[in-house]
Design a protein around this ligand. Structure first.
Ligand code: AMP
Ligand code: ZN
Length: 119
């Protein structure tokens, strides 16, 4: 069924606790945890507990869950104190854009200069 956990999905396993992660926040619908390979002083991933392969699929199927992810990204940024300077929310979508995990996730990046346009 759409949104159901996938047995072979790394982030579904982080949701269930089968794979450990450094969790910084959890709500009824989301989990936020530190990226294992940080690209900035603050690099947190915010994921919905439901499984969809990317951000657009999530938004189409479960808009409230997408809003929850975005709200939590903002709360993480405030708690990490990167909201004053500014931070970036990134949804890599597709292999050519660097997506490697096929469970929708927001990267929350900050704590350093953030060039625009990104690479
Ligand atoms: P993306 O490349 O946009 O699909 O993002 C996937 C992110 O997940 C990468 O930044 C990885 O460093 C991160 N990642 C992969 N495995 C783990 C893990 N076990 N715990 C935390 N972050 C992870
Ligand atoms: Zn998943």
């Amino acid at each position: 069924m759409a949104g159901e956990p996938q047995a072979d999905c790394l982030f579904c396993k982080i949701v269930t606790g089968d794979i450990p992660a450094t969790i910084v926040r959890e709500t009824d619908t989301t989990v936020a945890f530190r990226d294992i390979n940080p690209q900035a002083p603050t690099h947190v991933l915010v994921i919905p507990k439901v499984h969809y392969p990317d951000a657009a699929a999530l938004a189409a199927a479960d808009p409230q869950a997408m809003v929850d992810v975005l709200r939590e990204a903002g709360v993480v940024a405030a708690e990490e104190k990167i909201d004053g300077h500014g931070y970036r929310i990134v949804f890599n979508t597709g292999a050519g854009a660097g997506q490697t995990v096929w469970h929708a996730h927001a990267h929350v990046l900050g704590g350093r200069g953030l060039e625009w346009p990104p690479g």
